[in-house]
Design a protein around this ligand. Structure first.
Ligand code: FE2
Ligand code: FE2
Length: 219
């Protein structure tokens, strides 16, 4: 199978797994949850900072220049998202002086991403899979914001953040088209999609069950 056919198949596989994530989120959303815009935006800050850290690590420890450049682009965008969300929180009256988005711990998904060594695994788990999860989650978050009447925050997501996250997913697809060459490469890429979605699903479930957090934005 050539790289193009393989990546098309991988996108379908990813969409199938995302559909499962979407329906789980809807179920949990219907069963209540602590839905405060400001607390969800603080989770967004954490996501953006963790995405920045992961990208920065990969710029440094990935040998291929075209991949370094893609990850660097992502670092720039995610840190810009951090600033936008921070400014919005301040506008909403939140004091962030003592807020450290990396405390008390990094999420298990971020730990997994930081530990990846293979470029194929990074391209799949980071831009390709994590960013499509972000697009799904942000769409749910945008609907939630509109229900709550917070059009200012919805605008930031619709006009800037969501466009960037969709672009990051596309970056992942472009990297894969250049990276995947052999059957073994294809096997590694499929395994990384499943692993990432599994971790994301687990995190979503735990956040909902333990903290009542649903429809949190992604990154
Ligand atoms: Fe992103
Ligand atoms: Fe982001």
């Amino acid at each position: 199978m050539n790289a193009k056919t393989f990546v098309e198949g991988l996108k379908e596989e990813l969409q199938g797994l995302l559909a499962k994530l979407k329906s789980n989120e809807t179920l949990v959303a219907e069963s209540s949850g602590r839905l405060e815009v400001k607390s969800l935006l603080k989770i967004a800050l954490k996501n953006e900072m963790e995405a920045t850290l992961v990208g920065a690590r990969w710029v440094e420890n990935t040998p291929e220049i075209f991949c370094k450049l893609a990850f660097a682009r992502q670092v720039g965008d995610e840190s810009r998202h951090y600033r936008l969300i921070e400014a919005r929180l301040q506008e909403l009256g939140e004091n962030l002086d003592d807020y450290d988005p990396l405390k008390p711990a990094l999420s298990p998904l971020t730990e997994y991403l930081l530990g990846l060594q293979g470029t194929i695994e990074k391209a799949v788990a980071g831009p390709f899979a994590r960013e499509s999860i972000a697009v799904v989650k942000n769409n749910q978050f945008i609907s939630f914001l509109k229900e709550k009447g917070d059009l200012g925050t919805a605008k930031i997501y619709e006009e800037t953040i969501q466009k960037d996250e969709a672009f990051h997913h596309q970056l992942g697809e472009d990297l894969l088209l250049r990276l995947v060459r052999t059957d073994e490469d294809q096997r590694r890429a499929s395994a990384a999609v499943e692993k990432t979605l599994g971790l994301a699903e687990e995190l979503t479930r735990l956040a909902a069950e333990k903290k009542g957090i649903v429809r949190a934005p992604g990154c």
